[in-house]
Structures are given as structure tokens and as C-alpha cells.
Design a protein around this ligand. Structure first.
Ligand code: FES
Length: 255
């Protein structure tokens, strides 16, 4: 150690007197090892901000949790603020955020829906039973509605849903190692387009169909929004027809 470095420095309050405060890095510091792991994991994937959730999934799937150090490294890698990344990650129940000093998440997570329909059909009892009898290595937590209310109560073993769930069936599913989702047959994007999908959109863009025709068809269909006052969709679209972008909302289901 140099002689200068050994000297005891007097305390300097930032901004005190005429001296400028010493520059210190702001915000959360990135752990070099975490930074290396995240850079390696993302590889040549783009770092665009719209891919944030994709990248969070990648981290969750790789480590079965998302540590605070990985969150900070991801924010740094994507040139986003830590707050943006943290808020996004903690908004979704399926990301397991582990803060500094917290224990790692057990290998298997069972989520039990505790929203209204499931709660009315035994979800609370199921949750408490599972929390009591699930063995080590299994974490049982609450989850918000997963969109399967017609087969309530619902539990999710890893990513595998159990319909009309009972504690014995849920634990048997876990014992069989069924943790992956059942994906039903579906039409992929290329097939959909090949079979005529988006024809109207393409016709509209190419000027083969006019905007007025589309608005009239919507109006004639008497389609109404059911989220509020049942306002006619055609009339609503006519009002916003001059706006360049339309945002479509759709119902979703987890299966
Ligand atoms: S209330 Fe449980 S799936 Fe909707």
C-alpha cells in the first residue's frame, strides 16, 4: 500500500465548502459475476426494452428464481433503470424474486389460486392442506386467478395445471414430475397466414378495402363492448378512426 493511501483522510461531506463532492457511482452496483452470467445467458439476443419480460423468463427458467444481483445486472445490460426492471419483475406472480440475504426458492413451487371462484370451491382449504402436508423441497404459495375458473379449484405444479384440484392429486402430480404445461393443438402463425389469416388487414393496408367499409361492417354487426356501458363498437371506432394506432384487448386464458 502506498504511503498516500495509508494516510487517514479527513471526513468530507458531499458538497461541503468550496470543494465539489467526490464522484461516486449512483444507484445499485452490479455484481461482476452476475453481470457475466447475464451477458452469457442473453448471448446475442437483442437488448431491446420490449424484450424485458422475455429476458426475465429466461432468467427464471435458468435459475428457477431471479436474484436481486441478476436483476441489477439485467438492468445494466439492457440500459434500463433498476426500478423499471424490479417493478416489472415483481408485478408478475410467476417471477420469483429473491432479495439479498433471502433464502433460495425451493426446487418446486405449487401455486394455488385464491381468487373468488376457486375460493368458493375449496381453494383456501386446498392451500392450507398442501402447506401442511407438502414435503421438503416444495413451496406452496397463493396465486391470483389463472383464468381457469370453470375448472376450479385450480393448482399449478411448476407450470402444470391441475383442474378440480385435490391435495392428493396435486401431490401425486408433483411426485410424477409433471411440471410442464399441457399445450393443446394449435394453429401456428405461418399456417394461419397461409390459410388467409389477416387478409382483411392486408386488404385495408393495400387500399382494396376502405376504412369506411370496415367501420360500417362493425356498426352493422351491432357488436358492443361488455366491459362497461355496452357502447357500440362501430361508433367507438368511428370516433377514434383518425388515430393511427388501435390497441386491441382480448380475453385470455392460461390454457
Ligand atoms: S378464480 Fe381460480 S382460476 Fe379463476
Amino acid at each position: 500500500m502506498s504511503h498516500d493511501a495509508q494516510k487517514v483522510r479527513s471526513f468530507e461531506h458531499p458538497g461541503e465548502g468550496r470543494k465539489r463532492a467526490k464522484s461516486t457511482p449512483k444507484g445499485r452496483q452490479v455484481d461482476p459475476q452476475a453481470a457475466e452470467e447475464i451477458a452469457l445467458l442473453l448471448g446475442d439476443r437483442p437488448r431491446r426494452r420490449d424484450l424485458l419480460i422475455e429476458h426475465l423468463h429466461l432468467i427464471q427458467d435458468t435459475w428457477k428464481q431471479i436474484s436481486a444481483s441478476h436483476l441489477a445486472a439485467l438492468a445494466d445490460e439492457m440500459k434500463l433503470s433498476f426500478a423499471e426492471v424490479f417493478e416489472t419483475a415483481t408485478f408478475y406472480a410467476h417471477f420469483d424474486i429473491v432479495k439479498e440475504g433471502e433464502a433460495s426458492v425451493p426446487p418446486l413451487t405449487i401455486r394455488v389460486c385464491d381468487s373468488l371462484t376457486c375460493a368458493m370451491l375449496g381453494g383456501e382449504k386446498l392451500l392450507h392442506e398442501l402447506q401442511t402436508i407438502a414435503g421438503p423441497g416444495i413451496r406452496v404459495v397463493r396465486a391470483p386467478c389463472v383464468g381457469l375458473c370453470d375448472v376450479a379449484p385450480v393448482a399449478e405444479v411448476g407450470h402444470h395445471y391441475v383442474f378440480h384440484a385435490t391435495s392428493s392429486e396435486v401431490l401425486a402430480t408433483a411426485a410424477r414430475g409433471e411440471t410442464e404445461p399441457d399445450i393443446p393443438p394449435y394453429v401456428d402463425y405461418d399456417t394461419y397466414v397461409k390459410d388467409g389469416g389477416y387478409k382483411l388487414l392486408n386488404d385495408l393496408r393495400a387500399g382494396r378495402v376502405s376504412k369506411e367499409d370496415v367501420l360500417k361492417a362493425l356498426d352493422d354487426s351491432s357488436l358492443r363492448g361488455l366491459g362497461g356501458a355496452g357502447f357500440p363498437t362501430g361508433r367507438k371506432c368511428s370516433r377514434i378512426a383518425s388515430i393511427c394506432f388501435a390497441i386491441c384487448t382480448v380475453s385470455w386464458r392460461a390454457r
